[in-house]
Design a protein around this ligand. Structure first.
Ligand code: SF4
Ligand code: SF4
Length: 174
């Protein structure tokens, strides 16, 4: 049986006029000029004075990561590594530890996440960690990611993400 060869290179080859970038450059210049005229002459502000002023969030917006506790106040995360494995951005770092007998009231099983970091500089807020978690331990329902001038402060630790004790569910966005 004869097979049909698809020439992918031809299908996606650049058109001759695309190589001059004129269209893209002209379009970009037009948008810049439009906003310049609006703000300089028509007094129509095209930006907001963040953080004093904030635009409404999209209904699909995901917030920062939160770690949940169960109704008895124990940490839900059992350091199974599912979220770390599934994360496409390699943003999660977990170090597991064994629960000591005197710590059993703090954790649900015999293993817990001693270290659980989320690197916000890598995270793409895809929500896969939330979907993959079999323990309902991690949710993206926290506050809005804040701009910062320190890389260290953009790495969330477990302590920063953990909800307060008492089984209180933090479902609201800041
Ligand atoms: S939201 Fe996506 S990218 Fe961010 S930590 Fe979770 S799985 Fe990784
Ligand atoms: S947050 Fe959930 S998926 Fe990630 S290590 Fe903990 S229990 Fe496993």
């Amino acid at each position: 049986m004869a097979t049909k060869t698809i020439k992918v290179s031809e299908k996606y080859a650049w058109k001759w006029y695309e190589k001059f970038y004129f269209m893209s450059i002209s379009l970009g210049m037009f948008v810049t000029l439009k906003h310049f005229i609006k703000s300089a002459f028509l007094r129509q502000q095209v930006t907001v004075s963040y953080p004093e002023e904030r635009k409404p969030l999209s209904s699909r917006f995901r917030g920062l990561h939160r770690h949940k506790r169960d109704e008895e106040g124990r940490e839900r995360c059992t350091a199974c590594y599912c979220c770390q494995w599934v994360c496409p951005a390699d943003a999660i770092h977990i170090e597991a530890a064994a629960v000591k007998p005197e710590e059993q009231h703090l954790y649900r099983e015999d293993k817990y996440a001693k270290v659980f970091n989320v690197d916000l500089l890598r995270c793409i807020f895809c929500g896969l960690c939330e979907e993959a978690c079999p323990k309902g331990a991690i949710y993206l329902d926290g506050g809005i990611p804040m701009p910062d001038d320190s890389r260290d402060r953009l790495i969330l630790t477990k302590e920063m993400m953990m909800e307060p004790t008492g089984g209180k569910i933090i479902g609201e966005r800041l």
